[in-house]
Design a protein around this ligand. Structure first.
Ligand SMILES: Cc1cc2nc3c(=O)[nH]c(=O)nc-3n(C[C@H](O)[C@H](O)[C@H](O)COP(=O)(O)OP(=O)(O)OC[C@H]3O[C@@H](n4cnc5c(N)ncnc54)[C@H](O)[C@@H]3O)c2cc1C
Length: 492
């Protein structure tokens, strides 16, 4: 039986491990941390569970993706929570609720529309409808499809193309400017950074209305531990505290993987499930880099990363029913975090996760770009670091109290996370837990699973698969092994 060494024990590495066992390979995962799950995690601080990942699980309804979630054990001991609405946007004394019923949503938008906006609101809804059931390639990697399967896959996108081609090259900022009404403009600007393609907002709403963007009643750590449990139950092996530092090569093959404490030589194939941008910049030898990938992952103005400054708050559980599960507040006080003044700030209330101390956690998620990273790096070594983080957290508390006056004086800070934390935990460059995101000038090509220059190296991980996130991580872990299996069988 052939052996696969998997670098990185995040969701993608774990999914690769499971698929390897199913296809008759012997996998070993080596992971730098002392826990698995990578970015899909949560932790306990003073009795409250601070969740770092799942805001929406794409494809959780009835797409092929639900099968993938089931296959990897993600849904064990969990049930799907059908969210009452995607999010609620507060703008001074007005609100917009992104409801599942598109007519209701349309009427709400129309109620705020100026005469000139009416056509644009209708077009917005039309784009959403056209993006419903936008297919995800989950069954087979395009790299090993037959010509016929490839053409069929291409054809399944045809009916979505009218909308996709009109919106994918439009930034959120440009799209917002199509509206005259201030609240409609601000609503469009509210969900993601303004340079991202509007396709993200339209695509997410389309997923939500079709039941394909909901959550589970478990924490992100329990979600990834479900996948770990499945891997271990099939006989998989994972070694912790093994940070990969360097590779050695022989005849265009990886011959040795060197970690901080060990070295590994007993493998036939290597799957890289370490974040692609870190692996390319720090581990893979320069001469084995594919130019396209190297250029694109480092072109951070056109292919964005998303990081966050996150504050976890605790409030008494009795208030949970008065706080929306996801809400966005207009940043009318112009809170500046690390040089970024976001037009609005998102908050998540975790009323479905049970803290042991009769509280619920609310998180504030303030978007950060790679440009903010040096601010945090410089601040880290100054005595004012803790003070700065706390001051920002207090500004966010004021924002919450202004909106929900019943919370006045009752909000406690549980913990504060900066982009530096994401980098430390996961080796994601600039703390970008989502990377290679599309802008209107995005140059994103297709990253191949099989390395062009190193014959036993294959890539998994969210950054390799277009959609990214948990979906990208799981699918691409699966694909990496299936592509190995394809080439392995062919070479026999
Ligand atoms: C705040 C936040 C919110 C998010 N929200 C969502 C959401 O709502 N929906 C969604 O789908 N996704 C979301 N994500 C993204 C999701 O968590 C990731 O896309 C997914 O977990 C990535 O999995 P991965 O296995 O590809 O990578 P990772 O989780 O990054 O796993 C890589 C693994 O490699 C390890 N590693 C790194 N360097 C080395 C090394 N040198 N040697 C050995 N091991 C190494 C890391 O420790 C890690 O375990 C969110 C992430 C965050 C942080």
């Amino acid at each position: 039986m052939k052996k696969i060494l998997i670098l990185g024990g995040g969701l993608s590495g774990l999914a690769a491990g499971i698929r390897a066992l199913e296809l008759g390979y012997i996998p070993t995962i080596i992971e730098k941390n002392e826990y698995a799950g990578g970015l899909c995690t949560s932790y306990v601080r003073n009795g409250s569970i601070n969740d770092l990942c799942i805001h929406y699980l794409l494809g959780i309804g009835n797409e092929p993706m639900k099968e993938i979630y089931k296959h990897f054990g993600c849904l064990n001991n969990a049930s799907i929570i059908k969210l009452p609405y995607l999010f609620r946007f507060y703008y001074f004394d007005k609100t917009i609720t992104v409801s599942r019923d598109l007519n209701q949503f349309k009427n709400e938008l129309l109620s705020y529309a100026e005469i000139e906006d009416i056509k644009e609101v209708k077009r917005f809804i039309k784009y959403i409808k056209n993006m419903e059931y936008f297919p995800m390639i989950a069954k087979k990697s395009t790299e090993i499809m037959t010509r016929f399967e490839y053409i069929l896959t291409g054809m399944s996108y045809l009916k979505h193309m009218p909308s996709y081609s009109k919106i994918s090259r439009v930034s959120i900022e440009e799209y917002a400017n199509r509206f005259k009404s201030d609240i409609l403009k601000s609503f469009i600007l509210s969900f993601m950074p303004k340079s991202f393609s509007i396709v993200y907002l339209i695509g997410l709403i389309a997923k939500f209305v079709t039941g394909n963007a909901d959550i589970l009643n478990i924490s992100s750590k329990d979600f990834s531990y479900n996948v770990l449990d499945k891997y271990l139950s099939l006989g998989g092996k994972i070694l912790y505290n093994e940070e990969v530092l360097k590779l050695e090569y022989n005849d265009n093959k990886i011959s040795k993987v060197i970690t901080k404490n060990n070295s590994f030589t007993d493998f036939d194939f290597v799957i890289n499930a370490i974040p692609l941008n870190y692996f390319y910049n720090n581990i893979l030898d320069e001469k084995y880099r594919t130019d396209l990938v190297y250029k694109e992952i480092n072109d951070l103005d056109n292919n964005k990363i998303l990081s966050s400054f996150i504050v976890f708050f605790e409030v008494k559980k009795e208030y949970s029913h008065q706080i929306p599960h996801y809400f966005i507040l207009n940043n009318k006080n112009n809170i500046d975090v690390a040089g970024n003044i976001n037009p609005s700030i998102g908050f998540r209330s975790y009323d479905y996760i049970h803290n042991s101390d009769n509280t619920i956690t609310i998180s504030a998620i303030v978007d950060q770009d790679y440009k903010n990273y040096s601010f945090w790096e410089e601040l880290k070594y100054k005595s004012t670091y803790e003070q700065y983080k706390n001051d920002k957290a207090k500004e966010l508390i004021l924002m919450l109290e202004e909106r929900f006056s019943f919370l006045h004086g009752l909000i406690e800070i549980s913990d504060i996370i900066t982009p530096l934390s994401f980098n430390k935990w996961g080796n994601v460059l600039y703390g970008g837990y989502l990377s290679n995101l599309s802008t209107k000038t995005s140059t994103r090509g297709i990253f191949e699973v099989k390395s062009s220059y190193v014959s036993n190296l294959y890539h998994a991980g969210q950054m390799v698969y277009m959609i990214g996130g948990i979906v990208g991580a799981l699918i691409n872990g699966k694909f990496a092994v299936e592509v190995i299996d394809y080439h392995n069988k062919k070479s026999r």
